[in-house]
Design a protein around this ligand. Structure first.
Ligand code: ARG
Length: 458
């Protein structure tokens, strides 16, 4: 069979070339969008009297049947077809004959492919937002159950100050909330209709691009045909947001790996959500978290791939742009399952409250509270810091924790220390006290929970 573009060629395409240039094995994923775009285009062509109503009807009927064939797995995707556009058009010719060739009036594959990508990405962004929200809700639920669960908060991965576990979990929710906002903003720039730009210069046919946009649910029409066929910023933006999401998930995953280790022993992951070792019978591994962390590498790489593909391209369309699809699809295939499984994973995690609390009892986590105590009694904070530093040094020499010191021992370092220091050195009270806006105090954490719940239900 000769190519649909074969008129000026005197020879058949070499098979090697066909295989090298084909994108059908990955762009077939765009069939739904490609057909929806073609149907809208044909409706417009008929409305503008560029083709006859019966012609449009026959093309639309054929396209719908093809969609059905693909859905049912009855469609033969051929390497010879090159890409999804050609595959569908080839089949349309087989089904309805020469009238099929009117479909491509006032259109090029250059604007067609961007249309498909934009339609596809709009749908994917919506799905990813739903998955992000599901993970946020899963974290908020866990947080609600653990407002008064106390754990060490870390800086430099050294125990720093006691915090509410809920507060820690809500930090992740804030990260994901920003991701959602970024996606919503990016959506605005995906939501622009490129069809009608044709190869690059627009067309001589009296098309109505706004009508096509309306049919396909786009809120804007591309302003410049050259830009419309060569712009892939919307994919780069999406890939960069996805890289940030993947980085966030990877940080969360890293903590889950640490927390489930015997060294931390903060959580127990349900057996159904862990895997074993083929050689070490005792092992139970946090593979889900590890894979989420691992996948972030590809997702970040995909952003770089596309930036590098684009950076040297002259306007307008270049075949290099075909290389935008695999990084995009790969990122989507990494991000969606990661979000989905993490939301489930949190439900299957038991918090070892006692062990977490126990971990706060070593490491002088209340040293700041003691310094604050002295500062509230009138000592300058820098001086208070030095006094407590000396007390900590003394504790280390004696093998004691702050809470184990007698009043007399402490008074040797400052006469300002009195009986009421007991309160300053109470772990639970220390957390409860930190009710500055955004802090870890229980009341404040409850406020954060209520606020985020309201945001998530809107
Ligand atoms: N498969 C191509 C792509 O993904 C579609 C557009 C091809 N256009 C062309 N003139 N060869 O970008």
């Amino acid at each position: 069979m000769s190519k649909l573009w074969g008129g000026r060629f005197s020879k058949e395409t070499s098979e090697l070339v066909e295989q090298f240039t084909a994108s059908i094995h990955f762009d077939k994923r765009l069939y739904k969008q490609d057909i929806a775009g073609s149907i809208a285009h044909v409706k417009m062509l008929a409305r503008q009297k560029i083709i006859a109503p019966e012609e449009a009807e026959s093309i639309i009927k054929g396209l719908k049947e093809i969609e059905d064939e693909i859905k049912k797995g009855q469609f033969d995707f051929l390497v010879k077809d090159e890409d999804i556009h050609m595959a569908i058009e080839r089949r349309l010719h087989e089904k309805i004959g020469p009238v099929a060739s009117k479909l491509h009036t006032a259109r090029s594959r250059n604007d067609q492919i961007v249309l498909d990508m934009r339609l596809y990405l709009k749908e994917q962004i919506e799905e990813i937002i739903t998955l992000l929200r599901r993970l946020m809700l899963s974290l908020v639920e866990k947080a609600e159950a653990h407002v008064e669960t106390i754990m060490p908060g870390y800086t430099h991965l050294q125990r720093a100050q006691p915090i509410s576990l809920a507060h820690h979990l809500l930090a992740y929710v804030q990260m994901l909330k920003r991701d959602e906002e970024r996606l919503r903003d990016c959506y605005k720039r995906v939501d622009i209709m490129p069809l009608g730009s044709a190869a690059l210069a627009g067309t001589t046919f009296p098309i109505d691009r706004h009508f096509v946009a309306e049919l396909l649910g786009f809120s804007k029409v591309g302003e410049n045909s050259i830009d419309s066929v060569s712009d892939r910023d919307f994919i780069i933006e999406f890939l960069s947001i996805s890289a940030i999401i993947a980085m966030h998930l990877s940080r969360m995953a890293e903590e889950l790996v640490l927390w489930s280790s015997q060294e931390f022993n903060f959580i127990e992951i349900d057996d159904a959500f862990c895997t074993g070792s083929s050689i070490m019978p005792q092992k139970k591994n946090p593979d889900i978290a590890e894979l989420v962390r691992g996948k972030s590498g590809r997702v970040i790489g995909n952003l770089l791939s596309l930036l590098i593909v684009l950076k040297g391209l002259p306007l307008a369309y270049n075949r290099d742009l075909q290389e935008d699809k695999e990084p995009l699809f790969d990122t989507i295939d990494a991000i969606k399952p990661s979000l989905e499984i993490l939301a489930q994973l949190w439900v299957n995690i038991t918090i070892k409250k006692q062990d977490m609390f126990h971990a706060t009892q070593k490491g002088f986590l209340l040293a700041t509270d003691l310094a604050d105590y002295l500062a509230k009694k009138g000592l300058g904070f820098r001086q208070a810091h030095r006094v407590v530093g000396e007390i900590v040094k003394y504790c280390q020499e004696q093998g004691k924790e702050l809470e184990n010191l007698s009043l007399e021992e402490m008074q040797r370092f400052s006469p300002l220390i009195e009986q009421d220091v007991k309160d300053a050195l109470d772990l639970k009270k220390a957390v409860a006290r930190r009710n500055s806006y955004g802090g870890t105090g229980f009341e404040e954490v409850k406020r954060q929970i209520e606020k985020i719940k309201a945001e998530l239900s809107s």
